[in-house]
Design a protein around this ligand. Structure first.
Ligand code: SF4
Length: 152
């Protein structure tokens, strides 16, 4: 039987795409690979930003690095390219890294680079959601496995 398709933040699969040059490897990766066909995205890299890169945060509907560089265009391009992959492959679910200015599904940093989080969505997460893709964070993997696969 065909496995459901899942869009996933590349850093959750162990790719070193984080701003720091590291990753956010999920302890559930092998389970996810077993249950889903994974389609990896890293909106920030796809938008043309290097790795490692300066951390960025959203502020007033734009995105700035911690050195004050406006990286909104790169973030928006990465979001559009991520959406393109989802639409082209008819993907209905995405598992995204929480709190990222691209991938955050429930919260983001508040734009002051002080470590404070506020409710909100990353640029790519928001665009995917607007197009009807159901978002899960890495804190909701168990729900994802339960709701979107038939096995128990
Ligand atoms: S943009 Fe998303 S996929 Fe890329 S490193 Fe950040 S959280 Fe991970």
């Amino acid at each position: 039987m065909m496995k459901p398709k899942l869009l996933i933040s590349a850093c959750l699969t162990g790719k070193n795409t984080k701003y720091s040059g590291g990753n956010n490897l999920s302890p559930f990766l092998s389970e996810l690979e077993k249950r889903f066909d994974l389609y990896l995205i890293c909106p920030e890299v796809m938008g043309g930003l290097p790795t490692p890169r300066d951390p960025s945060e959203q502020k007033n509907n734009k995105v700035f690095s911690n050195t004050g560089k406006d990286v909104t265009k790169e973030f928006e391009l990465g979001a559009r390219l991520s959406l393109e992959i989802a639409l082209k492959n008819n993907i209905q679910f995405a598992l995204l890294k929480e709190s990222s200015p691209s991938c955050g599904t429930h919260q983001i940093y508040d734009g002051t680079f002080s470590g404070k989080k506020i409710p909100g969505e990353g640029v790519a997460a928001q665009l995917l959601k607007e197009h009807g893709i159901q978002l899960y964070s890495e804190n909701e993997i168990l729900e994802l496995l339960k709701e979107q696969t038939n096995e128990d």
